[in-house]
Design a protein around this ligand. Structure first.
Ligand code: ADP
Length: 225
């Protein structure tokens, strides 16, 4: 209990100075866009903040302290909000994006709600992790689909992309803490290696499960049920 308290305080204590580093860096970066040193510092402070936030999430989860109330969440509305949020980032990167419901495009006129017993905050973290990974790894001219479907009374939320895909032998470890397929220090993409592990923990807290379907060169499809 005491240990938990300590880690939680630590994470909070880390966040404050980090925010105070990030804000002036954001300003400096806007003023000196050509300065690569500022860019590197900014990128890495963002990464550190993400890591601290994810550690805090983990800590809350394992301490069982997270207020994990389950309530009916309308996944149709939820999907639309996630979609709205990501479609502009996708169009900036020239990636086609669509949201579907039971295989059909989720258009404005679809208004039948579909409920899952879940936790909105957790669902958001899970789907945002899948979507931001897809956005990170999918090259321009590719496409990303956020698919919501119902089968046998369960809801499955899937994010499929046309990115590089992941070899079968690398798939098992993806959902483990600090696992990155390419763990060299010169990785093309910087991440914390915590996102998918957190998504798994959160899904399991809602009595669900996560999975992946992918192969090298075939794109990836991550789902939570
Ligand atoms: P992070 O992205 O912060 O490194 P994650 O746990 O979210 O951590 O992802 C772990 C690893 O899984 C990534 O580093 C990457 O190698 C791989 N990965 C995740 N999503 C995708 C994707 N959509 N396409 C290809 N590789 C992916």
């Amino acid at each position: 209990q005491q240990k938990t308290h300590f880690f939680q305080n630590m994470s909070h204590e880390l966040r404050t100075p980090l925010t105070l580093i990030l804000n002036p860096l954001e300003e400096a970066s806007a003023e000196h866009q050509e300065d690569k040193r500022i860019e590197v510092a900014l990128r890495n402070s963002r990464r550190l903040l993400r890591l601290v936030n994810q550690l805090l999430d983990f800590q809350k989860l394992s301490a069982g302290k997270e207020d994990f109330g389950l309530e009916p969440v309308n996944v149709v509305k939820f999907g639309r909000i996630c979609g709205d949020y990501f479609s502009s980032s996708c169009s900036i990167k020239k990636i086609a994006f669509q949201t579907t419901l039971n295989g059909e495009p989720l258009t404005e006129d679809v208004d039948t709600p579909l409920y899952v017993q879940g936790n909105l905050d957790a669902l958001e973290k899970i789907v945002f992790n899948f979507l931001s990974n897809a956005l990170k790894y999918t090259p321009p001219e590719g496409s990303i689909t956020l698919a919501i479907g119902e089968a046998d009374g369960r809801i499955r939320i899937r994010v499929a992309d046309t990115g590089p895909g992941i070899a079968k032998e690398d798939q098992q470890k993806l959902f483990q803490v600090f696992s990155q397929v390419d763990d060299s220090t010169t990785r093309d993409f910087e991440g914390t290696g915590l996102g998918l592990a957190l998504a798994k923990e959160l899904t399991e807290k809602m009595a669900g499960c996560v999975g992946i379907e992918s192969d090298l060169g075939e794109g990836s499809s991550f789902w939570a049920e």
